[in-house]
Design a binder for this molecule. Sequence first.
Ligand code: ATP
Ligand code: MG
Length: 271
Amino acid sequence: MTAMSTRSEASPTRASGGLPSGDFIIDATALTKTYRMGTNEVHALRAVDLKVRAGEMIAVMGASGSGKSTLMNMLGCLDTPDSGSYLLDGVRVEGLSTNELADIRNQKLGFVFQGFNLLARTTAIDNVELPLLYDRTHRWSNPRATAIEALKKVGLGDRLDHVPSELSGGQQQRVAIARALVTSPRLLLADEPTGNLDSRTSVEIMALFQELNDEGITILLVTHEGDISRYAKRFIEMRDGRIIRDEDVDDRHIASVDLLTVDDPELAGTP
Ligand SMILES: Nc1ncnc2c1ncn2[C@@H]1O[C@H](COP(=O)(O)OP(=O)(O)OP(=O)(O)O)[C@@H](O)[C@H]1O
Ligand SMILES: [Mg+2]
């Protein structure tokens, strides 16, 4: 396991960029979620507190069923907690209507999932343009050009008209990342973004995440792999609906450097 040191809530993180204390992207207190299945109760989240400052990059780990996706769904305003309070980039989330939640998701958040979740018969460019067309504030004067920029950003400027089946897994995840980025979100939430990818492609995706984080996007990602978590700046472990560890990653790896030495399957066997 990577070397880590316990974080002190009082000390601002290295990435806080001089923000005054209290200026959090995520400020969640006592988030609680219980699922009832017949007479059975599952305590998916038990009074979780989480504060995240702008510029952080956090990996969330924990056994299957420990509540990681439930937490991401609450933080992503995809579902509502039973109790607790949540300020997202200064906006109080509880009590918002369905439309207001959709707006806050569209304006502040980008999502990346393990299964890419692209529309199958739709080209890369159309997949990426979609969130701009759904934006009820109509703040995008040229959605097409904005979508092309996002695809160029993830290295797919030459794949605009490909549908998902004509792209590799890594390329499909890049399209999904472009779709998440195209609205210029403050926070990127990624639930096992490398779960369906081979190890080299996973490191490539982490290199892209680190580049985006260096440019200022705050990133929270769930992973099952310790190797992936060491690309984050902060590490959180969940168990039974609680955060049981919350530490800085001391020996953070730089994915673009690791790529220089990681095995390239296409080169394997070449003399
Ligand atoms: N919609 C739901 N209805 C009932 N129970 C649920 C629901 N969603 C999650 N749960 C339960 O809540 C607990 C936490 O689930 P969650 O999906 O957050 O786990 P996870 O940490 O993401 O696991 P994994 O690593 O397998 O993705 C589990 O016991 C799960 O069975
Ligand atoms: Mg999950």
